[in-house]
Design a protein around this ligand. Structure first.
Ligand code: GUN
Length: 302
């Protein structure tokens, strides 16, 4: 039987509508809207397209949004001064510095300079610590793991007591999602195993998973025989495996593949995310949610 498709594109619309409605209510009652600034240094084409979409989405849900584009030769000192300016700006509740940064700038220093209470990416060590503690301590879960958890919950997949296997141990996806799924609470309370390049037998761990979350960056890594029948499979991989001409625009676009052999896996899994159109759209959506949360923390409402 074919698996149920968990579509990020549809869940995104549901969440953005919820955010838009909440923003309108807060604006009416408190006279403020969430403010998001995205700082882009240089002209990396992928970064430009991500930032453009972030700002477009922020605009759509009624945020005050600023796109701050800086030259590629910006000094580290100048970027730190810019962050300091936005840290002090009361109209700004979320600061996002688009990564990667040019070589002359120390990424760690920059991320650490963002006020943890405006760090809507959730990359600051204070927010990493808050996530580890869990519960009410958590302010800004990083956007991709938050999107994954939201998809699992909205797809109606039981997480309590479930065997969750996470493939990959990155700071942005693998480590935080593993940590989130083991906490007490809704959409979590699971038994979590993290497997990685040092794991002896990846397949045997994956086969035990009720929920398999794959963020390895290796196209087609997970074979259909690694999937437990009926499992929920979340494919975080976005691998460019070639190029094609878009039928819509006539322009060259990337051919994307996930980390899971989708066509075969969908015959075995109970539910599965496609690539593209699965986890991808959720990341920017959760950035909006974090920025709204930041304003709500500021106003003391929840
Ligand atoms: N570059 C690629 N993805 C991201 C992201 O989620 N946040 C930031 N700040 N930079 C990125």
């Amino acid at each position: 039987m074919a698996a149920k498709l968990i579509k990020g594109t549809e869940i995104r619309e549901e969440i953005l509508e919820e955010i838009e409605a909440e923003v309108a209510k807060i604006k009416e009652k408190h006279g403020v809207v969430p403010g998001l600034v995205t700082i882009l240094v240089g002209e990396n084409p992928a970064s430009i397209s991500y930032v453009t979409l972030k700002i477009k989405t922020a605009h759509r849900v009624g945020f005050h949004e600023i796109q701050d584009s800086q030259p590629i030769d910006l000094s580290e000192e100048a970027l730190l001064a810019l962050i300091d300016k936005y840290n002090k700006d009361d109209a700004i509740h979320g600061i996002l510095v688009q990564l990667p940064l040019p070589k002359q700038i120390n990424e760690k220093k920059v991320l650490n300079a963002i006020d943890p209470d405006k760090d809507v990416d959730g990359f600051h060590p204070v927010n990493v610590g808050r996530l580890m503690i869990g519960g009410d301590e958590v302010k800004f879960p990083p956007c991709t793991p938050a999107g994954i958890q939201e998809m699992i919950v909205r797809a109606g997949v039981e997480t309590k007591g479930a065997e969750v296997v996470v493939v990959g141990r990155s700071n942005i996806v693998g480590k935080p999602i593993a940590n989130m799924m083991l906490q007490k609470g809704v959409g979590a309370n699971s038994t979590v195993t993290v497997v990685h390049t040092g794991t002896k037998d990846l397949a045997s761990h994956c086969r035990r998973a009720d929920i398999l979350i794959v963020a390895a960056g290796v196209p087609g890594l997970v074979k259909p025989e690694w999937i437990k029948p009926g499992a929920c499979v979340i494919d975080v991989g976005v691998n460019r495996i070639g190029e094609k001409i878009s039928e819509k625009t006539g322009k060259k676009i990337a051919i994307l593949s996930g980390d899971v052999d989708f066509d075969a896996a969908k015959e075995i899994a109970g539910s599965i995310t496609p690539v593209p159109g699965g986890v991808g759209p959720m990341t920017i959506t959760m950035l909006m949610k974090n920025t709204l949360k930041s304003l709500k923390f500021r106003l003391g409402i929840n």
